[in-house]
Design a protein around this ligand. Structure first.
Ligand SMILES: Nc1ncnc2c1ncn2[C@@H]1O[C@H](COP(=O)(O)OP(=O)(O)OP(=O)(O)O)[C@@H](O)[C@H]1O
Ligand SMILES: [Cu+]
Ligand SMILES: [Mg+2]
Length: 737
């Protein structure tokens, strides 16, 4: 799941929209669940624990089906999800079923019960009946979970719980038969009281867990709530009619009045207003929008009335893409999560091993005591909290990131950030605005300025490079009618070639001329480059017809980023396809010491590999097509939100606001996220280092022996602590850190 592509997202759009509709129509309780489902996985019809994330990569999501189980609760364990039935109902029914057992069954070790009836056989039968109901009804989620885990050859937490309740149940059955029929004189202790309390606490623990879970990823929920339910559709006759947002179609127009939310993506065809897109893009200020500007569904319209032509509705809209990306990021499995699974596995074997050893060690004290100890060990080790430890933190962290304009597409990026020593930054479009102005046109002899500019513009009209746009704008400003060149061809890292009136022309940089041994006025070119200009040359055959120098402006946050990285002990390095002199100029302005200029696209990738070969972990930040390979190759690829789709598809993290200093926010968020993960691993599993030996009775010589119910309570506590600790991760911290 590391390489999630936008395409996958698009395929799932239909289902996505189904889900949104469901989300909108569901009540609060179901909403939680829908959200958990959405944040956890594709294959929701899976049974307990049998799903692991790696298997989900190509899993087909069938949201509409899954949503039918809206009455059930779903929970996550170590990234896997299980359908636990409706835990709330299950818990309360089990409470009722447990009452007779709790009243009539002897309390462990005391051999007395709350109500003592002098009819042992009748009482025994009642207890066995209610035990069975509890075991098969209340215990079913755990039994199913265990079967799935064992089938999967990865016995984990459900297997542990099942061990605990099964041992209590079957031993109690045996006690009933033995005491009433086999050998009434030799009383066998029964475990019905423990069975009941255990199942109740387990169910309660999971139920609490579910409730704790719901707050974890509220960004998605908030995002889903951004879209209004109805829209004012503009009909063919020009009147407005209120329709459901789900019925809007691309090409239709709608009206948004002041104070309303915009129902879909589109282009303004009438009106002017300020629009607040903060919840969608993380951009805080209200932006003025007028005819021709794009608006995003989910943004709020402040003062004016706008008429908007739809370019993307619900499922194909920006908002659902963002939501989908958040979901995908939440699904992608991180290394820490593998660590959590591994810990769970070790925990199972440790608990199982210690439990068995303790059983035999305590056997001389009587079967009942040995059983109790073993059951307590099984129960205390139950790693529910562990299963939640990482997913809760990650989903919380991705949500916070999304609210701050950071889309973390690959969870691994969060952990990988701990080891980062170098941040490699593309220049144009990343550190600079990528909005050029033509500063100089220097025609060669026999060529006039007008002709030079006309030919440059003809070639560039086929290019999407930022340098191209400035040339076209300059030509248009001079009143030149730009006609596109024929059979044009991009030359990555060099320029562009094409045919004008049957002649071959090229736009190339100085490097190319030097390599080809073509003469040009180096002094003039250097003069402009030293001022930070990108310099390009027009070639007809092998003749230089002139030169164009274009300047760019440095982004506002670029300097802050460089000094922020240096403060964090990370070395910033600039990589650029631009010339050495221009690169030097920008590096000087930003206080950058390391940079590489004149790079071809695969040079950038090579440089990434070189840094890595020296044992460094690198972040690569870029925006262009020429950055895509290096983004994919870097330990963490970060794309600028305004960049090309190719770059975005290759990245692990996207800076929605296109603000380079957000990399600092990412690093800070990742840092506190990692800290929480480690804390949660200790709260979720580390406590067993003490708890398991304690449960096994190592302190029995000073009178400390834990009861199974105490074991269950400790387990549930740990789960709650982990959930609360994850909630403590807030967005404020990434701004102060
Ligand atoms: N369409 C074009 N018009 C003019 N020059 C171009 C064009 N495409 C590329 N070049 C030349 O090739 C160089 C490298 O281009 P490339 O796209 O690899 O890097 P860049 O985007 O300019 O810089 P950076 O790597 O910092 O983003 C440019 O600086 C320019 O000299
Ligand atoms: Cu548990
Ligand atoms: Mg670039």
């Amino acid at each position: 799941m590391d390489q999630m592509k936008m395409d996958d997202m698009k395929n799932d759009h239909q289902k996505m929209s189904d889900m949104q509709n469901h989300m909108q129509s569901m009540n609060h309780d179901d909403m939680k669940m829908a959200h958990e489902m959405s944040s956890t996985g594709h294959q929701m019809k899976m049974d307990h624990g049998s799903m692991n994330m790696s298997g989900m990569d190509h899993g087909h999501m069938d949201m509409s089906n899954d949503m039918d189980m809206a009455g059930g609760d779903v929970m996550m364990h170590g990234g896997s999800m299980m359908h636990m039935g409706n835990l709330k109902v299950k818990f309360w029914v089990s409470v009722v079923l447990a009452i007779p057992v709790l009243l009539l069954a002897p309390i462990m070790g005391l051999n007395i019960s709350i109500i003592n009836l002098n009819a042992p056989l009748a009482v025994g039968i009642v207890i066995v009946l209610f035990d069975s109901a509890l075991y098969f009804y209340g215990g079913m989620p755990f039994l199913k979970g265990a079967v799935a885990e064992i089938k999967d050859k990865s016995p984990e937490m459900m297997t542990l719980v099942t061990l605990g309740i099964s041992v209590s149940y079957f031993y109690s059955l045996y006690a009933f038969v033995a005491n009433n029929f086999l050998n009434p004189a030799n009383h066998v202790m029964d475990f019905s009281f423990e069975l009941a309390t255990l199942i109740l606490i387990m169910l309660l623990g999971h139920w609490i867990e579910m409730n704790a879970l719901m707050g974890a990823g509220d960004a998605l929920q908030k995002m889903a709530a951004l879209l209004p339910k109805t829209a004012h559709l503009v009909t063919e006759t020009g009147e407005t009619k209120d329709v459901a947002v789900a019925d809007l179609q691309v090409g239709q127009s709608f009206q948004v009045r002041s104070g309303e939310s915009i129902p879909a993506d589109g282009v303004i065809t009438d009106g002017q207003s300020t629009v607040n897109e903060s919840l969608v893009t993380g951009e805080s200020a209200a932006v003025t929008k007028t005819v021709g500007d794009k608006v995003i569904g989910g943004a709020t319209n402040n003062n004016g009335t706008l008429t908007v032509k739809i370019s993307g509705t619900g499922d194909s809209g920006y908002l659902s893409q963002v939501m989908k990306m958040v979901q995908n990021a939440q699904q992608s499995k991180s290394k820490a999560e593998d660590k959590a699974d591994l810990v769970a596995k070790y925990l199972f074997y440790a608990a199982f091993g210690v439990g068995i050893i303790a059983f035999f060690a305590w056997l001389p004290q009587g079967l009942a005591t040995a059983m109790t100890i073993m059951v307590t060990v099984f129960v205390i080790a139950c790693p529910h909290a562990l299963g939640l430890a990482i997913p809760l933190v990650v989903s919380r962290s991705t949500s916070i990131g999304a609210q701050n304009g950071l889309l973390v597409r690959n969870r691994q990026a969060i952990e990988a950030s701990q080891h980062v020593s170098h941040v490699l930054l593309d220049k144009t479009g990343t550190l600079t605005e990528g909005q050029f102005t033509v500063n100089a046109l220097v025609p060669s002899k026999d060529v006039d300025e007008q002709t030079l500019l006309t030919r440059l513009a003809a070639l560039e009209s086929n290019s999407t490079h930022p340098l191209a746009q400035a040339i076209i704008a300059a030509a248009q400003a001079k009143g030149i009618k730009v006609e596109a060149a024929q059979s044009s061809q991009n030359i990555p890292g060099v320029g562009i070639a094409g045919e004008i009136n049957g002649h071959q022309y090229m736009i190339v940089n100085g490097n190319y001329l030097t390599k080809q041994g073509i003469q040009f006025d180096q002094a003039v070119a250097d003069k402009w480059a030293a001022k930070g200009n990108s310099v390009s040359f027009l070639l007809q055959d092998k003749q230089v017809q002139g030169m164009v120098a274009e300047g760019d402006t440095i982004k506002a946050g670029a300097k802050e980023l460089i000094s922020g990285l240096q403060k964090r002990g990370i070395t910033p390095v600039m990589l650029t396809g631009d010339n050495q002199k221009a690169a030097e100029h920008v590096a000087g302005l930003l206080g950058l010491k390391e940079f590489h200029a004149g790079l071809l696209p695969n040079d950038k990738q090579k440089i990434v590999a070189e840094y890595q070969a020296k044992g460094n972990h690198v972040i690569m930040v870029g925006d262009g097509v020429n950055d895509a390979p290096s983004l994919a190759a870097a330990n963490i690829g970060v794309a600028i939100g305004a960049g090309t789709d190719v770059a975005i598809d290759s990245a692990d993290v996207i800076l929605v606001k296109s603000e380079p200093s957000d990399i600092l926010h990412f690093l800070d968020l990742a840092k506190i996220t990692n800290r929480k993960m480690v804390q949660n691993l200790w709260w979720g599993a580390g406590y067993n280092i003490i708890a398991i030996p304690l449960a096994a009775g190592v302190l029995s010589f000073i009178g400390i022996i834990l009861d199974p119910a105490v074991g269950a309570a400790v387990m549930a506590m740990s789960t709650v602590i982990v959930a609360i600790n994850a909630m403590g991760l807030t967005g404020e911290k990434i701004k102060n850190e």
